[in-house]
Design a protein around this ligand. Sequence first.
Ligand code: ADP
Ligand code: MG
Length: 699
Amino acid sequence: MRPQILNQLFSDITVLPGVGPKVATLISKVAGPRVVDLLLTLPTGLIDRSARPLITEAVEGQLVTLTVTVEQHRPPPRGLARLPYKVLCFDDSGLITLAFFHARSDYLRTQLPVGSTRLISGKVERYSGGLQMVHPDHIVDPAKADELPLFEPIYPLTTSLAGRTMRKAAAAVLDFIPEVPEWLDPDLVAREKWPTLREALRSAHAPESRLDLSDENVSRQRLAYDELLANQLALSLIRQQRRKLIGRSIIGNNELREKIKSRLPFELTLDQAKTLDEIYYDMAESHRMVRLVQGDVGSGKTVVALLAILNAVEAGLQAALMAPTEILARQHYDFIQPLLAGTNVSVELLTGRSGSSERSAKISGLSKGYINILIGTHAIFSNDVRFHDLGLVVVDEQHRFGVYQRMAIQDKGRQADVLVMTATPIPRSLALTTYGDMEISQIRNKPPGRRPVDTRALPLERISDVVSAVGRAIVEGDQVYWVCPMVEESDEIDLTSVETRFAELAGMFGDKVGLVHGKMKSAEKEAVVNAFYRGHINILVATTVIEVGVNAPAATIMVIEHAERFGLAQLHQLRGRVGRGTKKSTCLLLYKANKNSQLGETATARIKILRDTDDGFLISEEDLRLRGPGDLLGAAQSGFPEFRIADATRDKTLLERARDDSKLIIQNDPQLAGPRGRALRILLYLFGRDDAVRLLRSG
Ligand code: ADP
Ligand code: MG
């Protein structure tokens, strides 16, 4: 249950004065539907009226507050109501004219009585030789000077939501801030000179300078830290909960692993070996393993998965390897099955397309324990599939499954250890905030002897040269990926749809060309990709559906049309599809050029990064810097948490500290039951991480 102290904060924004249903809808768009949402939406800018010059000192265009005496009213001449109503004012230095269009004279006469002194605030302009201010923002009697806000926050807005309305609502919210117990470590607060939550929120909503708006500001720092701590604490709680799940200690006798390693045509790289050590260690522990292996495309994750699987098999347990597509599942099978020839380990493949008699035979073999290793798509976790004794589940190419699906997978595996493998080398900041509930291993160095892919950029106009080069390559038996942006109908953007490109290439190269895109049925897709993988076709025209996993060693050319529409990390992933064999490979990035057939600045910068490095981790750091987390994988599939105040990339130091802090908290008070623990529960609720609090109760 939500701590009572927060109840008011979680009410609908319509409780705020001046916020009816209409305004509420608008505010919901920029902040959210509840009071707390508005409270955690901080100003992005500031109106500064603190400049108080004399009239003649005022600089044109400047926002100023003047103290003036009203001299004379000059309504527009009769019949010329379109002209402004003017009020002449002066101070010791000179004159200024206030101008009002469509004015109501009686109103202006009460606001600005002749002879009175007034504070007026607005932008100063020069008009036919004199100074003027059109529609001052504020006109205030000096006796009530405190009614004139010298600083006004600027909030995110949307169409028909006035700044004034938003400001008023946000100001009203400040009265709702509860007096909460401090959840932060007192030493940290003292050292950083951070204000309390209440003070921090009040001052963050009332900036008085640019400095107050910067992320260096102590109030903003504190709030960003609160948000990051809530995120890290929630993930730590999930992790703790999982550690308590009964797993079992899996320690193989190494026989199978030694045998298979001797059959491999290569030695493991240092990072592969280190990752395996981490995995074996986790598997030997009695709690359940949930470990993520991050490794760039081609870094050799499959063999790591295989050895982990063999560890389980040596211990007499079954293992499952799940891939996101049928073709990937088959590739794993084709790699693993021959390696195990002559051992008594049985490997089977189960996909959505397995026939029903074949399927029931396999299901029966699994439940009896005759099958040791099951490879497949998510079909391997259908309800009717029962394992005799499942020890390990490996999930490959994780980001295709989505963050939430992995929870479901873990449930299915019951007591099994879980190993998740992703080819998306996301930066550490994102790994911490997104996958912080898992242990993480990284494979950073690649197997030796890889030839770097020759990466080049060309304007789209040179496409016919590219087509000829492709033609020459396929005569040599090479294979080519030709990637186009998503199938998308739009008049404004001139995007070649894959279909058009396919038709063109097929017209020239006939049945050597295949087409695959996201709108095809999955069986059709699989058939085409399979034909490519088996070498029956040479050119695969595709959308990014081929991004993940497919291993076609004979592919030497990657053409990417409209490369400007892809993120760096995505381009890198695509490039990773070639250069897997011994032949030299090329990646051609076709850019929409500007008028002088030049590449734009950004395009050039992006190409440079891609050419300079093949380190996916580095590239993804750059990508994140250029585009922000939401875009990194395409917002829809990214599953990255969005922060309102913090920025995981910018606030790296705070994030690392929150990570350490949350570990300590859990160590000292695993149930968040002590006074600080209870305060921290409030923090979790405040930032919407009550899912983690629920774990506590059930644990
Ligand atoms: P990914 O991490 O993208 O899944 P794979 O497991 O498909 O990479 O490996 C890519 C290629 O590298 C495969 O052909 C694999 O056999 C090979 N490979 C893996 N590990 C090594 C190694 N240590 N030395 C040389 N080649 C390796
Ligand atoms: Mg792989």
